[in-house]
Design a protein around this ligand. Structure first.
Ligand code: F6P
Ligand code: MG
Length: 434
């Protein structure tokens, strides 16, 4: 195809990719090493001396990895035998061929090298016998949830009030609920660590009150099209949500799932998480289970109420949670059809697929350097299994679907608009390859 732009990469020193690889990723790796060291006594008490050796092994791998990154070494094939190892090594070979040389941290596509870093952390863990299920980000994720309990209770109390009225709600009311909970899930993507957990914003109990003043920051708002899609398509009754982060954001996604069921737009909500610890805070199956369990056991009434209800939904399969290796391999979504055709086929009977967060958005756009006025549909490059909607706060320097002049206007208000998470898009594409 013509006019496909270049992938974002650290080759451009003024890019966020460069800043991320130079400054942010080494910090993440140091934190992983710290976490591993801090676990020493605990692990020794529970699993004995052999497990301490495994911790040392992981820490060694992490420090080697950080060194490779910081000195721009070539990316090397994976040595573990995970279900995805072969695909990863194949993708590395393809990239080597495309680039006409060994892929390197500061030269190769940003999306690839960033995913590769998380996969290499997993490589170290996967080689352990005792600690092969270790999640180095577990504590951070749990803390993000616990710190936002108050905000969670307020939100769930509100959802409970709505659910009591839902049976008698008019179509207009239902549309209003959807509009609201789409925005809650949208800003949940910004809120996960920054708003809900940090002190100055501890009145985030009022994510509800914030919606109104945040609304003008939604640069593309296709809510109307989403509503049309939900209303018009009566045949398909399953809706997919491709999740992003654990913590408060996951709670907002569960609320969206609840509203979609409650308003009768779907019979089944399929939620998708990650098969391994990913981009620090992404939801794994343990995070998902832990979150539902914490809600269930909470002493706060609305948290406990939905903890119980959502458990039943999972038992009765009106909610499903699955993980697929596809979400943690380096391919962008345009490659789903060929590299994970069964997943692509399953999406075909979805009424709409919601994609949460920045990384999913980068994968929709292929992490390419698009002109911001390129239509969203064009940037998907043929990825149309079903109608889809991205709910994304902007945390990386790429965007699509802006009107002419819009970029220039927002730049005047906020120089850092592409990265600070204060701006967002609700982007819909109705096309589907049925
Ligand atoms: O570090 C890269 C990045 O994709 C950022 O652009 C973003 O801040 C973060 O990782 C992940 O964001 P999200 O959880 O919204 O996908
Ligand atoms: Mg994430």
């Amino acid at each position: 195809q013509e006019n496909i732009p270049e992938p974002l990469s650290a080759k451009n020193k003024s890019s966020f990719a460069y800043f991320t690889i130079r400054d942010r990723l080494p910090v993440i790796l140091s934190k992983v090493a710290d976490t591993v060291y801090r676990k020493k006594t605990f692990v020794k008490d529970i699993h004995g001396e052999d497990a301490t050796e495994e911790l040392k092994f992981i820490a060694g791998c992490i420090s080697k990895l950080r060194n490779e990154l910081q000195t721009n070494k070539p990316l090397v094939p994976l040595k573990d035998n995970g279900p995805d190892t072969e695909v990863w090594n194949l993708s590395l070979a393809e990239l080597t061929q495309r680039e006409g040389g060994e892929p390197k941290w500061f030269v190769s596509p940003w999306l690839y090298v960033e995913c590769y870093m998380y996969r290499r952390i997993q490589e170290a863990i996967a080689q352990c016998t005792i600690l092969h299920n270790l999640d180095p980000f577990e504590e951070q994720k749990k803390k993000a949830f616990t710190d936002s309990e108050e905000a969670t209770e307020v939100l769930l109390h509100y959802l409970r009030q709505i659910s009591e009225k839902a049976a008698s709600a008019s179509d207009d009311d239902k549309e209003e609920y959807l509009r609201e909970f789409l925005q809650i899930a949208l800003w949940g993507n910004r809120c996960d660590l920054s708003i809900s957990a940090s002190q100055e914003n501890s009145q985030t109990e009022s994510i509800l009150d914030q919606l109104h003043h945040l609304e003008p920051n939604i640069l593309v708002n296709d809510t109307k099209q989403v509503l049309n899609c939900l209303r018009s398509n009566v045949k398909d009754r399953a809706i997919d949500i491709v999740l992003d982060n654990a913590g408060f954001e996951l709670v907002t996604d569960l609320c969206l799932a609840e509203v979609l069921l409650m308003c009768g737009w779907a019979d089944c909500i399929r939620m998708h998480g990650k098969a391994m610890p990913w981009f620090v805070s992404d939801v794994t199956s343990s995070d998902f289970e832990w979150t539902l369990d914490s809600l269930f056991k909470s002493s706060r009434p609305s948290m406990a109420y939905f903890g119980e209800l959502w458990r039943q939904r999972l038992e009765k399969k009106s909610w499903m949670f699955t993980v697929e290796d596809f979400w943690t391999i380096p391919y962008d979504f345009a490659k789903m059809k060929t590299s994970s055709s069964s997943l692509y086929e399953r999406f075909k009977d979805s009424k709409i697929v919601f994609f949460k967060g920045d990384l999913n958005y980068r994968k929709l756009l292929g992490d390419l350097d698009w002109n911001p006025t390129t239509p969203f549909e064009v940037t998907l490059r043929g990825f149309h299994p079903a109608p889809l909607c991205a709910l994304r706060t902007c945390k990386a320097d790429l965007i699509a679907g802006l009107a002419a002049g819009q970029k220039e206007t927002v730049e005047k208000y906020d120089k850092n608009w592409m990265l600070n998470g204060n701006w967002a898009v609700i982007s819909f594409c109705g096309k589907s390859n049925q």
